[in-house]
Design a protein around this ligand. Structure first.
Ligand code: NDP
Length: 343
């Protein structure tokens, strides 16, 4: 493995993957939508100068058929990270589903056409494993692991999650129909931690900005999430790339807690600095004012007040991932946001 194509390397998660590969002296072929928009990757150029790795910039768009073919020629592996992670979309099909599914198809077909790519690492999500938190008890499960696929999301309910499950299923379909390259999938839970990119609109950064700005000061929704450090997500991709035996899916989560418990970690690291929630918001109140938080009543009904457990033992045992404690993740993320004047 020497030359690695990375899609989505300008984003929050992708930047750390690119940095990790450059630190390990790989040649990274970064695809961007517009090569002239140098502000998107100038930070990575600067990082490349401090490493033994080499950064190449190529142009490709998830929505254009054949767009990744040239960039994939001569690459040993592809890390397909790019996919829109936004809750602020106008048309779910156009803005989420199409780039996720058509993009996956375009990137994986480019792997097949290259004749050189031997491994593809796909950034999927825990959203491809489960949709609503209520799914767990409804399906008679005590936890989620790599065996489940999200069954409750659709184009109209949790469309981002739907885009991830459909894209991952498409990736497995394409992978199983060929034997040129092997597919390994990473399924991170909610990613937190410092950002290398000030231009990302990732919902990870929006979530943290919302909490710190006092959006939930009156009460936090009792919704549970798995959380994982962005640097561990990058590490997991590189471990999966380098480990010859890596196979299948890998759920990543350091722990699973609700929004109030997450806010308490911030309070502990930065006492009385932010207007953080001190209690849960009542579900009936959330149902009345949910629209202010862009939460549909169906979402509130199926996600507030349910337990969620995620089993990430495969990532520890098969990849050897040793998670950064969430306390550290939160501290480093807030510090970076303060330093960069993002809050
Ligand atoms: P970002 O928005 O920061 O990154 C998204 C990346 O995808 C950007 O590099 C963006 O490029 C690229 N992209 C989007 N649309 C296109 C397109 N049409 N053509 C080419 N590139 C495109 O989000 P994250 O870093 O948070 O997410 C990265 C991946 O991680 C996604 O697959 C997401 O689903 C997954 N993930 C994220 C989690 C999280 O909590 N953040 C959790 C689990 C999975 P550009 O810079 O041009 O916009």
């Amino acid at each position: 493995m020497n030359t690695i194509l990375v899609t989505g390397g300008t984003g929050y998660v992708g930047s750390w993957i690119v940095k990790g590969l450059l630190d390990k002296a790989y040649t990274v072929r970064l695809t961007v939508r517009d090569k002239d928009n140098t502000a998107k990757f100038e930070n990575l150029r600067q990082i490349a100068l401090t490493t033994k790795g080499k950064l190449e910039i190529w142009e490709a768009d998830l929505l254009e058929e054949g767009s990744f073919d040239d960039a994939a020629l001569g690459c040993d592996a592809i890390l397909h990270v790019a996919s829109p992670f936004t809750l602020r979309f106008k048309d779910a099909q156009r803005d989420l589903l199409d780039p996720a599914i058509k993009g996956t198809r375009n990137v994986l077909y480019a792997a097949s056409k290259s004749g050189t790519v031997k491994k593809v690492i796909l950034t999927s999500s825990v959203a491809a494993i489960h949709g609503d938190t209520k799914d767990m008890t409804e399906q008679g499960l005590t936890e989620f692991n790599e065996e489940q696929f999200n069954q409750s999301s659709s184009l109209t309910h949790q469309p981002y999650s739907f885009s991830k499950v459909e894209a991952e299923k498409e990736a497995w379909r394409i992978a199983q129909a060929q034997d040129e390259w092997k597919l390994v999938v990473i399924n991170p839970s909610f990613v937190m931690g410092p950002s290398l990119s000030s231009l990302s609109n990732s919902e990870s950064l929006n979530f943290m900005k919302d909490i710190l700005s006092g959006k939930y000061a009156m009460g936090a929704p009792a919704i549970m999430f798995g959380f994982v450090d962005v640097r561990d997500v990058a590490k997991a991709h590189i471990l999966a790339l380098e480990n010859e035996n890596s196979q299948g899916r890998h759920l990543l989560a350091e722990r699973t807690i609700d929004v109030l418990e997450y806010a308490q970690l911030i309070e502990k690291a930065f006492p009385q600095k932010f207007k953080l929630p001190k209690k849960h918001a009542a579900k009936f109140l959330l149902l009345m004012v949910g629209w202010m938080f862009k939460l549909s009543s169906q979402f509130i009904k199926r996600n507030v007040g349910y337990p969620l457990r995620l089993n990430a033992s495969k990532s520890r045992e098969a990849l050897g991932l040793d998670y950064i404690p969430l306390e550290q993740t939160v501290k480093d993320m807030v510090t970076q946001m303060l330093d960069d004047k993002l809050i």
